[in-house]
Every structure is written in structure tokens, then in C-alpha cells.
Design a protein around this ligand. Structure first.
Ligand SMILES: Nc1ncnc2c1ncn2[C@@H]1O[C@H](COP(=O)(O)OP(=O)(O)OP(=O)(O)O)[C@@H](O)[C@H]1O
Ligand SMILES: [Mg+2]
Length: 165
């Protein structure tokens, strides 16, 4: 077993301790608070190691695409996949205006973007897309991040961060 002889000082809030305690009570062996923190850190490090990349997906208004692409290009993304999609959100598409006309059908034309990025820039990319795609009116769309186990360039076999650098 690993020797535990390095003392570290950790100042934490009441809320942090409560969250840790809540989690440790779900563990069958009820670890001490210190053990729980060690385990959680291990889990976090393992997760990052096993998921070095993220996919950012966004459903946006077609007329916001150029601004979004510009924002992503500025961040130096390796590539973007754009797909024409139709969808609806909370308003069921009913009250949305598309090309000047109120849309009658439920599903409104949107663009879907898929961008593979290193985990380290994922949040920044999501913020950039949010800012560039927003008009403030209903129907601006959604953006999400998902962890990826592996990304590979088919031609060369390069993987993960090598694919986007
Ligand atoms: N939960 C969802 N899952 C998948 N796609 C969604 C979801 N919500 C919205 N979308 C997609 O985003 C597009 C735009 O949705 P929209 O912006 O209207 O969402 P909303 O939740 O109604 O937000 P708002 O109140 O700003 O209109 C939809 O046409 C759909 O393609
Ligand atoms: Mg909506």
C-alpha cells in the first residue's frame, strides 16, 4: 500500500465538506473524509486521463453560423462538422420566426455543429459558441459537451490531442 506520510493542509468551506460527506455516505466502506477526498481526486484524475477530449455539439440558428465559425476558428479548432437539422425546444417551434415568417410546423431548421476539442479548451469553446450564437430571442438553440474516450484521424492513425493540433 502507498505510504501516507505527506501532510497537506486543506481549507474548505462547510458546503464542500457537506458535499464530500454526502458522497462518502454512498460508499459501501464509508471512508473517512480524508480518504473520501483522496478517492475523489483519483477519480477525477482517472477521468481526465481516460477522456482527454470532448465533443462540443451545438444546435444554432443557420444565420449565426458565420459568427460561430469565426469564433471557433479564432480558438484554433481542428475542424467542424456542420449538419442541417430540424428540431424544436420548449416552445415546440411554434412561435419561432424563420426567414421573416412565423414557422407553422413544429420543427424549425437549424444547424448542428460537432467540434472535437481537447478537454482543456472545451469550456472556452462552449462559451465562444454561446456568445456568437446568441440573439437573445427564443430559439437560439443549445450547446453541450460530452467526454470522449478516443479520437483518431483515419489517414494517419494519430489519436487524441494529435488530431486537433
Ligand atoms: N433538450 C434538447 N435536446 C436536443 N436538442 C434540443 C433540445 N432543446 C433544444 N434543442 C434543439 O435546439 C433548437 C432550438 O431550441 P430552442 O432554442 O428553441 O430551445 P429552448 O429550450 O426552447 O430555448 P428558448 O427558450 O431560448 O427557445 C431546437 O430546434 C432543437 O433542435
Ligand atoms: Mg425555444
Amino acid at each position: 500500500m502507498e505510504k501516507l506520510d505527506q501532510r497537506i493542509q486543506l481549507v474548505a468551506s462547510k458546503q464542500f465538506n457537506e458535499l464530500v460527506d454526502e458522497w462518502r455516505r454512498t460508499q459501501s466502506d464509508l471512508p473517512s473524509r480524508s480518504e473520501a477526498i483522496r478517492r475523489l481526486v483519483q477519480l477525477g484524475l482517472q477521468f481526465e486521463e481516460n477522456h482527454p477530449m470532448r465533443v462540443l455539439s451545438a444546435i444554432i440558428r443557420p444565420d449565426r453560423y458565420e459568427a460561430v465559425r469565426e469564433a471557433l476558428t479564432e480558438l484554433g479548432v481542428g475542424g467542424v462538422t456542420v449538419t442541417e437539422v430540424r428540431g424544436f425546444g420548449r416552445q415546440r417551434g411554434k412561435r419561432e420566426i424563420y426567414r421573416g415568417a412565423e414557422y407553422e410546423v413544429m420543427e424549425v431548421p437549424k444547424l448542428r455543429l460537432d467540434v472535437v476539442v481537447p478537454a482543456t479548451v472545451a469550456e472556452q469553446a462552449a462559451d465562444a459558441v454561446t456568445d456568437a450564437a446568441r440573439t437573445g430571442k427564443v430559439g437560439d438553440g443549445v450547446v453541450w459537451l460530452a467526454p470522449l474516450q478516443m479520437v483518431r484521424r483515419i489517414r494517419t492513425g494519430e489519436e487524441n490531442t494529435d488530431v486537433v493540433s
